[in-house]
Write a protein that binds this ligand. Structure first.
Ligand SMILES: [Mg+2]
Length: 407
């Protein structure tokens, strides 16, 4: 396989294993969304934010607008002076949030270890994905390709041994950039970089660096610690000397807030045919199971939700003997709650299914990225369904479960 770390001559013995952290950043996100959706805006300077004539600021500028020196947080009046012919647009946050959800759905398919940094930025722990995608550069290309396929937008990706290097990497070549920095290249890669690229450099710090004659990371490294402390204070001095040496956290804190996964469907006309309800439930169960598998979750409780006319709503739950992310188990459980339980048998307005009460991580069967070969046949079948569904949409391939009542 691919060598993860090159050992410098004479380093003696293998290095401590490190993590691979990726930082993904959409390029000129708001402006790119607008250019994507309105061909007339493509190739033109687009400025999203306050409209000219007001006192607001620029939220995002397309790369064409940046050539006029327009950037975010600049007063729109100033942008107007620089480029009166630019397209000026109010932000369409609903649109950007929708696109953002699509991007994060793509990232969740790469790894569950995704930490949202902003509407268009995320950190991913991509350690151990080499078996699936290849070396870090290939992982980066895969992330970019999938985002482009799903949203027609470009992202810049930086990959390195920690969050700082990943972030500086994504900024290194924009737009549509990809930068991978190997652990043993970090010091050399940082050396010529302007200190102003480091995290937490404001106006004041900039002045102090100027006064000390520091313009590159290499120069910052050479300053005596006491001098730096005197100029910046102990806390900032500590932060900058760590950054100058390329040291930072590699910890990714994914959003674990999800308590349950559920899907439901409301019908235009109330349904009383079991056959139709079962088909709907089967589709919903498959959707829930797919999300659960993607997020490597197995749940112990299946919930059925039924609504009749007049918003009369009932839920029924069943605790399973074994946690699952198998749509067949979910469907059988939910259907028996409906068919064999105490629910009224009358036309149904809405049907839904949910999975919750996650098992501890170590009870999840196998590991999606390490043991694909060794998984039981069922697991492989389910993952094949997921892949086909992701490529071709739902409905192409489903597991056959038929209720006795149907026959
Ligand atoms: Mg961005």
């Amino acid at each position: 396989m691919h060598a993860r770390t090159r050992h410098p001559a004479g380093s003696g013995g293998p290095k401590k294993p490190h993590r691979w952290i990726a930082h993904v950043d959409l390029d000129a996100f708001y402006a790119s969304c607008e250019q994507r959706d309105e061909p007339d805006y493509r190739g033109r300077p687009v400025v999203v934010g306050a409209l000219p004539g007001g006192r607001g600021v620029v939220a995002a500028a397309s790369y064409e607008a940046r050539e006029f020196g327009i950037h975010s947080a600049m007063p729109t009046s100033e942008a107007c002076r620089r480029c009166p012919d630019a397209v000026y647009l109010r932000p369409d946050m609903e649109k950007y949030r929708q696109v953002s959800r699509e991007v994060f759905a793509v990232l969740a398919q790469i790894t569950p270890l995704v930490e949202k940094a902003s509407i268009d930025e995320a950190y991913l722990d991509v350690s151990g994905l080499e078996k699936l995608f290849g070396p870090p550069a290939a992982i980066g290309r895969e992330i970019k390709n999938r985002i482009r396929a799903a949203t027609a937008l470009t992202a810049s990706v930086g990959i390195g041994p920690n969050r700082l290097i990943a972030k500086l990497g994504s900024e290194h070549r924009k737009p549509d950039g990809l930068t991978v920095v190997e652990p043993d290249e970090v010091l050399q890669w940082l050396a010529p970089m302007p200190v102003t690229n480091l995290r937490g450099v404001g106006k004041q710090t900039r002045k102090r660096f100027d006064r000390l004659g520091i313009s590159t990371v290499e120069e910052l490294r050479d300053v005596a610690p006491t001098t730096l402390q005197k100029a910046l204070g102990p806390k900032a001095a500590h932060s900058f000397s760590r950054q100058a040496r390329g040291l930072a956290s590699a910890e990714i804190v994914p959003d674990r807030a999800r308590k349950s996964i559920s899907k439901e469907r409301t019908f235009d006309t109330d349904i009383d045919a079991d056959r139709v309800l079962l088909d709907q439930l089967r589709e919903l169960a498959a959707g829930v199971a797919r999300v659960a598998r993607r997020e490597k979750l197995t749940g112990q409780v299946v919930t059925l939700k039924i609504r009749y006319a007049g918003f009369e709503t009932h839920t029924r739950q069943q605790k399973l003997a074994m946690p699952t992310h198998d749509e067949r188990v979910m469907l059988q459980t939910a259907w028996s709650l409906y068919a064999n339980g105490d629910l009224p048998r009358k036309p149904v307005r809405l049907i839904g299914i949910g999975l919750s009460d996650w098992a501890d991580d170590d009870t999840v069967q196998g590991d999606l990225f390490d043991e694909v070969e060794e998984q039981p046949a069922d697991e492989n079948l389910l993952r094949t369904i997921d892949r086909v569904t992701e490529r071709f949409g739902t409905g192409k391939l489903q597991l056959g479960i038929r209720s006795k009542r149907d026959d």
